[in-house]
Design a protein. Structure first.
Length: 190
């Protein structure tokens, strides 16, 4: 059964980053220090770093690194990375409009209309006799615990803003590791 693996053409031109579960996404390797994330992010653009408030006692101090594309007028970060003192880089979020394109076994994940991504994830799973999974919020994606599909409202359409993750200090799953800034109490990331 054919399935579309192309991101929506209305979404901005973007770099393509490889993904290796629990190892890396693009130039960012899980476990990197904040300084290493900033250095690696320079290939995309300019970074800013901020320390996040500690919302759970089990988590060590955590930083958010926002990487903005070079040459693009002020816009949301193309990539938002999260690193904790204990485990280093544990989460990379790709913006639905400005972020790099990342695929999982040929299924493009960034900037997709969520209903189309669901259709293609199902078709892909059927074609390879594999599986797909839904997040607790009902978004479909690949059957990989290191990929958490999130929604980002772009105009009137919900587009995919995937998070590529490993568990952070004191967490049992990637979902438990989700940074509060990404969760936003179930609201869409804007």
């Amino acid at each position: 059964m054919p399935f579309n693996t192309e991101a929506d053409p209305e979404v901005a031109e973007r770099d393509e980053w490889p993904y290796a579960p629990a190892i890396r996404v693009g130039p960012l390797r899980f476990g990197m220090t904040v300084d290493e994330v900033v250095e690696a992010g320079e290939m995309l653009g300019q970074s800013s770093v901020s320390e996040l408030p500690r919302d759970h006692a089990i988590f060590s101090p955590t930083w958010k690194i926002e990487v903005h594309r070079r040459g693009v007028a002020p816009s949301p970060p193309a990539v938002t990375a999260y690193a904790s003192q204990a485990v280093g880089l544990f989460c990379v979020a790709a913006d639905a409009v400005h972020g790099p394109q990342v695929a999982h076994d040929g299924l493009t994940l960034v900037g997709r209309d969520l209903s189309e991504l669901e259709r293609d994830a199902i078709a892909y799973a059927e074609a390879v006799d594999g599986r797909f999974r839904y997040t607790p919020e009902g978004y479909a994606g690949p059957d990989d615990p290191g990929v958490v599909v999130r929604a980002q409202l772009v105009g009137q359409v919900l587009r995919s803003r995937p998070l590529f993750m490993v568990t952070r200090d004191g967490a049992n799953t990637e979902w438990d590791s989700l940074p509060r800034e990404e969760y936003r109490n179930g609201q869409f990331h804007a």
